[in-house]
Design a protein around this ligand. Structure first.
Ligand code: F6R
Length: 604
């Protein structure tokens, strides 16, 4: 997602900022910008798209003496990826860059507008700089104004701010979004939102704690904690390997992305869920008018998310829903009616087969929607409407957080439709909203569970096959679990509806057939349990995933007692992801780049 850099010193500020932003490219972004204050004057440059565009714009800009500078790569959340919405944001005489979300921005913006302040962007960030400048009038120093501003912000942030009145200072604050500062041997100061931009410049860095704020000058780094007490920065050694720094201490990107799911789902929900209703600003009110049916089309993991959605659309929105594998759909001369909403789902927005089906639906005059993680991708540009999943860049080839955010969007969309079609009562919608808000907590990786999975993974490195089984929406999750395992362990695995096993596959049952059974307590528990018992009776090796102890299992991974099957779904999703990861690690495979696979499949 977004990235921040900052620099104060005598070296080439422009180069340090741009190089720093390049190191953050892997996080994904859609626009970028820098602001540099030297000789008492600001220069600021912004560009949409790749950093090359920003480099081109700044090619005649020279910074060869003392300067302070801040830079940012933006992944759009509030407002489109445009130059106006790119950071740094300008007030009268100050610039700010920000990662995170200012939750009370609308209220602050309203007050500022009432005071006559004009806003140029649609972002939440811009309120910070205007609020700071308002506070400059009310306080006796820029630092006091900054401190007051921070105390007025609600939400999550990492902020750097520079202002003309204090032209040799960078103000900073961190609350809920990462930020660190480092010094080099000439005492120049460097900021960033993750390690990599500082590698090669600084050997020691201070990672700010939540609630830290303060300022740096040529001589000092002054840090206050959340109680407004001054504290000494704590310097630690900086990693020297950039790739491992990008992994934030995790062994693999896939592992990092599994752990990130709680944060990215919180981003997915942001602004789309309030206490009583689901909102999708990106959809026109009349978008669903005349729609009697939904057809979902995708490939791979995105197809599994679509299958999960079909249960939710029919259950919550009472709308007929069908799901298609894109590579099949495109050649089978499908019948398409104009009362059908055609929805494509794609992490990348570039998958050739899915893109083709979108074109077919458009040509047939259907209304189209894309659920996608990449703004400005081919599908987003082509579809009538798009909903971005906000998962951030996914580097592991085996998709994890993209799937988690796709299902979260579908759950919200099923409720949004239920609101429109009045298929669920207000009370039921509110109940669902409470559950939705509990998803970020449900997918937080529990250390004990991860340790348990690590230990028991050693028993699942051979055998003649795996069956992941489940019922209802746990069937697509079983498919997804099996796909994850196949992709990174190279072991044969299938996902199956548990009730279907006795119609053939049970013939394979023996101790070398591993059954991974998804046994949620809130959905068809007894039915699924008896299917697992049938397998157990035939001596298949069973690994049961359930909140309820299951004595017929050889291995048991206990999940929490949730009040809804959807929270069980999300927790079990993490369990199957971790199980695949740990089996792959034990087999010595390249977890992040499995053989024969590509992240974006742009050929059919
Ligand atoms: C599996 C995986 C793939 C993709 C599929 C579609 O882990 O990532 O199965 O889901 O190639 O890709 P997108 O979602 O980009 O259309």
């Amino acid at each position: 997602m977004c990235g921040i850099v900052g620099y104060l010193g005598d070296k080439n500020t422009k180069k340090i900022l741009l190089d720093g932003l390049k190191e953050l490219e892997y996080r994904g972004y859609d626009s970028a910008g820098i602001a540099v204050l030297q000789d008492g004057d600001f220069q600021s440059y912004k560009a949409v798209g790749k950093l090359l565009n920003l480099e081109e714009k700044t090619k005649d800009f020279i910074t060869e003496k003392f300067a302070v500078g801040i830079g940012h790569t933006r992944w759009a959340t509030h407002g489109k990826p445009t130059e106006l919405n790119a950071h740094p944001h300008l007030g009268e005489s100050s610039y700010v860059v920000h990662n995170g979300i200012i939750e009370n921005y609308a209220e602050l913006k309203k007050e500022l507008q009432d005071d006559g302040v004009t806003f140029l962007s649609q972002t939440d960030t811009e309120v910070i700089v205007h609020q700071f400048e308002k506070n400059l009038q009310l306080t006796s120093s820029a630092f006091e104004a900054f401190e007051k501003t921070i105390s007025e912000l609600e939400g999550a942030y990492a902020i750097l701010l520079v202002t003309k009145g204090e032209s040799e200072t960078i103000f900073f604050a961190k609350h809920g979004s990462p930020m660190l500062v480092g010094i080099d041997t000439q005492n120049d100061k460097y900021f960033a939102s993750s390690d990599t931009p500082l590698i090669g410049h600084c050997s020691d860095v201070n990672y700010f704690d939540d609630g830290d704020y303060g300022y740096v000058t040529k001589e000092h780094i002054v840090v206050f904690d959340k109680e407004k007490q001054q504290k000494e920065p704590q310097f630690t050694k900086l990693a020297t390997n950039k790739l491992s720094a990008q992994k934030d201490g995790y062994r693999f990107f896939m592992e990092k992305e599994i752990y990130e799911q709680s944060d990215v789902i919180a981003d997915t929900l942001l602004g789309r869920v309030n206490d009583t209703e689901i909102l999708f600003d990106e959809l026109e009110d009349e978008f669903f008018n005349g729609i009697e049916e939904i057809k979902l089309c995708a490939c791979g993991t995105s197809y599994h998310a679509a299958l999960s959605a079909s249960y939710l659309f029919e259950r919550h929105s009472k709308i007929k829903t069908s799901v298609e594998i894109a590579s099949e759909f495109r050649y089978r001369e499908p019948i398409m009616h104009q009362d059908t909403l055609f929805v494509v789902i794609s992490q990348s927005g570039e998958t050739a087969d899915t893109l083709e089906t979108l074109k077919m639906a458009k040509n047939a005059g259907l209304k189209t929607l894309v659920i996608c993680n990449v703004d400005n991708s081919s599908m987003v540009r082509l579809a009538d409407a798009s909903i971005l999943t906000r998962a951030g860049v996914e580097k592991g080839v085996a998709s994890t957080k993209a799937f988690a955010t796709q299902v979260s969007i579908f759950w919200m969309l099923s409720l949004y439709l239920a609101q429109l079609r009045e298929t669920l009562s207000r009370e039921m919608i509110q109940e669902q909203i409470t559950l939705l808000r509990a998803v970020p907590a449900a997918v937080k990786v529990d250390d004990t569970t991860h340790e348990r999975i690590k230990r028991l993974s050693k028993r699942y490195l051979h055998g003649h096959g795996f069956f992941f089984i489940g019922r209802d929406i746990f069937f697509p999750l079983a498919l997804e679990g099996a796909l994850k395992l196949k992709e990174i362990s190279y072991l044969h695995a299938e996902g199956y509806p548990s009730g279907e096993m006795k119609h053939g596959p049970i013939a394979l049952a023996d101790p070398e057939l591993f059954t991974i059974a998804l046994l949620p307590q809130n959905l068809l528990y007894e039915k699924t349990k008896s299917n697992v018992e049938e397998l157990s009776a035939r001596d298949s090796t069973i690994c049961a995933i359930s909140p309820i102890t299951f004595d017929k299992a050889d291995d048991f991974i206990q999940t929490k007692h949730h009040t809804s099957y959807m929270l069980e779904f999300f927790e079990m999703m993490v369990v199957v992801q971790l199980l695949s990861l740990e089996i792959s690690v034990r087999l010595g495979n390249d977890v992040d780049m499995p053989r024969n696979l590509a992240k974006s499949v742009t050929v059919e």
